[in-house]
Design a protein around this ligand. Structure first.
Ligand code: GLA
Ligand code: ZN
Length: 677
């Protein structure tokens, strides 16, 4: 974010759960911890609008003024994630209908039909009133629309809107029958009102946590339609606010790899991306890093905000461990290292009732500052003050991109076959992990992205190719890029119709091969990848599982073959020279050491190196601003480590001290180094 004097530090504040007497004490504690922003009022629609014609803003006026008197900015939430109960009572069709066709009762949150007109009317009216009332309030730094959108609905209104959506997209019934492949099982339709939404009452069922369907095309389209419908709720509020306060950035808090919403589409109407990060005790750091990079990638690498993390525990995970000493600080710096300009929390003062009362908070149930967590929070707050604006609006400079695509995710996992174990995000994570462990920066990009700035592009399991995507990859490789893709790629078009003539369809020329069969092996079975020649450190044999393509090379060169079964000796890893570049194909699901080894070689070939040599468990990431390079080093290990900075002159931005040569980084400690370039 431009023009910020220091990193936003604060979070969700719920004064509506407390009597007025406590607010002054809250402000004292906030300032003590270095908090400079509060998000308010995220869930107060019922208080702001007690009935259809009555609005009450006075209590909010008071808090905004109080914040500002205390030098604290406000991230103003529109409060539209949970409608008042009188509204659900008066307009019951506002409540969504679930997967099994049951109208939900009032309760929970984000519990509304996204296509309900009354919801749109009331939410935009409230937002408009707030924007008018507070447009000149000096505390307002940012708008926060709704909260963690993620609703889904199968009501009659949604069905009607879905029919209109399909009509707009496909034009004629004939075309729709073709695109949805409706001659299959005699599903041919003759009128738009014969379209049935794909739910648990029609074409979809749940296989554990994964939805499966008879008609992938319809199910994918319903996801597209729902993602757009929910987006339209956000966009309606966005337009109203933009009109009244064009200068104040607008966001909504996203959720990382959240399957139902195509965030790349949402990002277009988010002035700045923000997201909520809730790793558990056992989540490896690379997974969080990947999600930060994905969120940064939504807006072409522009900085994002961490809207929420917990200062310590969650309440909603199966095991809500406290964050170990130093971990909150490590996680906060990891967030900055991957491109954030804000470190914010849920929640500032801990609730005493309902389901989040045992969720960590800046001010815990103890009610004072003498806690381990508060001390750690204060240390971070002080350090962020010391960093000032040094890191703000800086960018990462990745030479590696990994392709991520929501529609592809839906398509891969709706697919009936080849293996129920195929999990799209897990496949992407394997490649990300390989680069992460080498401390090599990665951008997460959509398939249509401009790839010219990258030396390596990896597109794991890119099963669905939208128009133009294959061409995008081809011209990237023609111009010298290194491209990697895997099994189960290039099979279908955007409506999930197979491209005939041999997989991977439109990628066949680029990869110089065609896939004849794909074998799904059982979880207790394996095959192996036997190197035909040494590739970097890859030699001998590696285990592979789950899926094995049986393929024929055309122009590609075979680097490794299968070790077992009737296709032993057939290609398992190939490379094709294409223009000035190379396209690799990994035909099966290899053990991690194989992926790591291959990615290492590709980095060497392309002269991509880590900023410093470091041992495992030390993460290094860099951001760049003007003529400055800012290096973040996080030591996650239980032991101290030594890193050699060589003869370069660095400034330790936290301690404001010069650094060079060999330096010791204590266990769980962090270093932020600046250097002129
Ligand atoms: C989400 C929500 C918050 C809160 C936290 C609890 O991120 O946005 O309102 O419920 O989870 O972890
Ligand atoms: Zn609905």
């Amino acid at each position: 974010m431009k023009n910020l004097s220091s990193i936003f530090y604060g979070g969700d504040y719920n004064p509506d759960q407390w009597p007025d007497e406590i607010y002054q004490e809250d402000m004292r504690l906030f300032k003590l911890a270095g908090i400079n922003i509060i998000t308010i009022p995220v869930f107060s629609w019922a208080l702001l609008q007690p009935s259809e014609d009555e609005y009450k803003f006075e209590w909010l006026d008071k808090i905004l003024d109080l914040a500002w008197e205390n030098g604290i900015s406000v991230c103003l939430a529109t409060s539209t994630a949970a409608q008042p109960s009188w509204m659900s009572k008066k307009y019951p069709e506002m409540l969504p209908v679930d997967f099994y066709g049951r109208r939900r009762k009032h309760g929970g949150r984000v519990n509304f039909c996204p296509n309900n007109e009354k919801y749109h009317e009331f939410s935009t009216k409230l937002t408009g009133l707030m924007a008018e009332r507070y447009k000149n309030h000096p505390a307002i730094a940012l708008w926060h629309i709704g909260n963690e959108y993620g609703n889904y609905c199968y009501c009659d209104k949604c069905e009607e809107e879905f029919r209109n959506w399909a009509k707009k997209r496909y034009g004629t019934i004939e075309n729709l029958n073709k695109k949805w492949y409706l001659n299959f099982w005699g599903h041919t339709i003759y009128d738009w009102d014969e379209i049935v939404i794909p739910s648990g009452l029609s074409e979809v069922w749940m296989d554990g946590w994964t939805a499966k369907t008879n008609f992938q095309s319809i199910a994918i389209d319903y996801n597209r339609f729902m993602s757009e419908s929910v987006f339209n709720c956000y966009k309606a509020e966005y337009d109203i606010i933009k009109n009244i306060t064009p200068e104040i950035p607008i966001t909504t808090n996203l959720m990382g790899t959240f399957k139902p919403l195509d965030y790349f589409k949402w990002a277009e109407y988010m002035d700045i991306i923000s997201w909520d990060n809730y790793p558990s005790l056992t989540d490896p750091m690379f997974k969080t890093a990947m999600r930060h990079d994905l969120m940064r990638g939504l807006k072409d690498g522009k900085p994002f905000l961490l809207m929420e993390q917990t200062p310590s525990q969650q309440n909603w995970q199966p095991y809500n461990s406290v964050k170990r000493p130093g971990v909150l600080r490590l996680q906060s710096y990891q967030t900055l290292a991957h491109g954030a300009d804000a470190i914010m929390f849920f929640q500032l003062r801990q609730s005493i009732g309902a389901c989040e009362k045992y969720h960590g908070a800046v001010i815990s149930h103890a009610g004072h500052e003498n806690t381990r967590v508060f001390k750690e929070l204060t240390q971070i707050g002080d350090e962020l003050k010391a960093l000032g604006d040094k890191t703000i609006d800086s960018r990462m400079q990745a030479k590696v991109a990994i392709v991520f695509d929501w529609e592809n995710w839906w398509a891969v996992e709706f697919s009936s076959g080849p293996s129920k174990d195929l999990n799209y995000v897990e496949q992407v994570e394997k490649y990300y992990e390989a680069f992460y462990n080498m401390n090599i920066a990665v951008d997460m990009v959509k398939p249509e992205a401009d790839l010219s700035q990258y030396k390596i592009v990896v597109a794991p399991v890119l099963y669905m190719l939208r128009p133009g995507v294959a061409k995008n990859f081809e011209s990237y490789v023609e111009n010298g890029g290194t491209f990697v893709t895997t099994f189960f790629s290039g099979y279908v078009d955007e409506t999930d119709i197979v491209k005939v003539g041999g997989y991977p369809g439109e990628l066949r020329k680029l990869l110089g091969l065609w896939v004849e069969e794909i074998d799904a092996i059982f979880p207790d079975m394996s095959n192996s990848i036997v190197m035909k020649e040494t590739v970097g450190k890859l030699e001998k044999e590696y285990i592979s599982k789950m899926l094995c393509d049986i393929l024929n090379v055309e122009t590609a060169k075979v680097l490794a073959v299968y070790g077992k079964d009737f296709y032993a000796g057939k290609p398992a890893l190939t490379v094709n020279n294409f223009g000035k570049g190379k396209a690799y194909y990994i035909a099966t699901d290899p053990e991690q050491s194989f992926i790591a080894g291959l990615m290492e070689v590709l980095c060497e070939d392309n002269s991509i190196t880590a900023p410093f040599q470091a041992k495992a468990g030390v993460e290094i990431a860099q951001r760049f601003k003007d003529d400055k390079e800012i290096t973040f080093i996080m030591n996650y290990n239980d032991e101290d480590v030594v890193i050699n900075l060589k003869d370069e002159n660095y400034i330790d931005l936290i301690k404001n001290k010069g650094k060079k040569g060999e330096i010791l980084i204590k266990s769980k400690d962090v270093l932020v180094l600046e250097r002129k370039i």
